[in-house]
Design a protein around this ligand. Structure first.
Ligand code: GDP
Length: 213
C-alpha cells in the first residue's frame, strides 16, 4: 500500500509501464534531441547511484538501461518512448561525480545538462536519485542548484534502501526531506526505493504519471 498516492493512480501507472517502453535514441548534444512533442520525465544521479537498475525496475525490463557501464561512455541523454501511441518519454541523464572524470568531461556534462534543463519546455519533472547510504552530498547539490535555477520541478528518490537498517532509513529520510523543503523547485516528499527488492517501485511509477499530468 502507498501512503502517498491514490490507489487508482498506482494501478494506472502499473498498467502504463506494463505496456510498450522502447529505447528511442541517445543525444550527445542538444542538436540530437528528439522533437519536443510529448512530456518528458528525467532521471538524474551520480554515477553508480543505481539509476540503470531503477529504470529497469520501473519499466519491469531487465536490460532497458545498461547497468554499470564504464564511466565516460555515458555523457549523453538517453530517451525512452512510453506507450503506443506515444504518451511520454523517460530521459536517462548522464551520471556525474565519479572520481576520475577529466575536467573537460565535467564541463561537457554541465553544458549538456544545463542546456537541456533550461531549454526543454516539455520536461515536466526530474527525479534525482540519492544513495540512501550517503544522503545528499555536495556533488548532488550541483544538480539540485541547476534544477532550482532552471525552475524545473524535481523530486528526490532514495536508492538501495535494502542496504540500510530501518532506523538509518528514517534518519536519512528526515534529513533529506528537511533539505528538500528548503529548495525552491523540490517536491517536499521523497520516495524510498530498492530496485533489488522492488520497494517503492509502484510509488515511483505513480510519481512519473503524476508528473506528466
Ligand atoms: P548507475 O551507474 O547509476 O546506472 O547504477 P547501476 O544501476 O549500474 O548500479 C550500480 C551498482 O549498484 C550495481 O552493482 C547494482 O547491482 C547495485 N544496485 C543498484 N540498485 C540496487 C539496489 O536497489 N540494491 C542493491 N543492494 N544494490 C543495487
Amino acid at each position: 500500500m502507498s501512503d502517498t498516492f491514490d490507489p487508482d493512480l498506482i494501478e494506472s501507472a502499473r498498467k502504463t509501464f506494463a505496456g510498450p517502453v522502447n529505447f528511442l535514441k541517445s543525444a550527445p548534444a542538444l542538436e540530437y534531441l528528439p522533437g519536443a512533442d510529448v512530456p518528458e520525465v528525467a532521471f538524474a544521479g551520480r554515477s553508480n547511484v543505481g539509476k540503470s537498475s531503477l529504470l529497469n525496475a520501473l519499466t519491469g525490463r531487465n536490460s532497458l538501461a545498461r547497468t554499470s557501464v564504464t564511466p565516460g561512455r555515458t555523457q549523453e541523454l538517453n530517451f525512452f518512448d512510453v506507450g503506443e501511441p506515444l504518451r511520454f518519454r523517460l530521459v536517462d541523464m548522464p551520471g556525474y561525480g565519479f572520481a576520475k572524470a577529466p575536467k573537460d568531461m565535467v564541463r561537457k556534462w554541465r553544458y549538456l545538462v544545463n542546456d537541456y534543463l533550461r531549454g526543454r519546455d516539455v520536461l515536466k519533472r526530474t527525479l534525482v536519485l540519492i544513495d540512501s547510504r550517503h544522503g545528499i552530498k555536495d556533488v548532488d547539490r550541483e544538480i539540485l542548484e541547476m534544477l532550482d535555477n532552471a525552475a524545473v520541478s524535481y523530486r528526490i528518490v532514495l536508492t538501495k534502501t535494502d542496504k540500510i537498517k530501518a532506523t538509518e532509513l528514517a534518519e536519512v529520510r528526515a534529513r533529506t526531506e528537511e533539505e528538500a523543503r528548503k529548495r525552491p523547485a523540490a517536491h517536499p516528499d521523497l520516495i524510498a526505493t530498492s530496485s533489488e527488492k522492488g520497494m517503492g517501485i509502484p510509488d515511483l511509477r505513480a510519481a512519473v504519471l503524476e508528473a506528466i499530468g
